[in-house]
Design a protein. Structure first.
Length: 147
């Protein structure tokens, strides 16, 4: 049996940014989530205590949950020059949805900010690109069994 190189095509995944699907030339999607930090401990020891006494900070953990979604891939020169992701300004706010139809998993980052968008010089009418979306107030949400 011959070896067939895995390309990811069988995953039938889709990346939607601001309601419009990104061109299918993506190669790698990275989702980096950071949950809410745990509460820090406050030292409440007094002179009469025989050991240190700590209490959870009533305000909870410092900071907030966040998430970064990075999409990298290859696009045709036509896809880059047309409207869509590459015509929007840095700072654009919209929903980012990563859907994997094969497993029914879907990741949603509501009101994500387009932080960066880079393209490298084209070769053979193909342009490598990378787009990074970030949200500093939520870690996003997962859903399963999405049709």
């Amino acid at each position: 049996m011959a070896h067939t190189k895995y390309t990811g095509k069988s995953a039938t995944s889709d990346v939607i940014a601001g309601g419009a699907g990104l061109p299918t030339g993506w190669q790698k999607i990275t989702i980096a989530e950071k949950g809410k930090p745990i509460a820090v401990q406050i030292d409440t020891t007094v002179a009469e205590d025989s050991a240190y006494v700590f209490t959870d900070d009533p305000l909870g953990g410092q900071g907030s949950p966040s998430a970064v979604v990075t999409v990298a891939g290859l696009l045709s020169v036509t896809d880059v020059s047309e409207s869509g992701l590459f015509a929007t300004a840095i700072g654009y706010v919209g929903d980012v949805v990563v859907k994997k139809a094969a497993s029914g998993d879907e990741y949603t980052l509501t009101n994500a900010v387009l932080k960066s968008r880079t393209t490298d010089p084209e070769f053979a009418s193909v342009v490598p690109y990378q787009a990074t979306f970030e949200l500093t107030s939520s870690a996003g949400s997962w859903a399963t069994d999405v049709p």
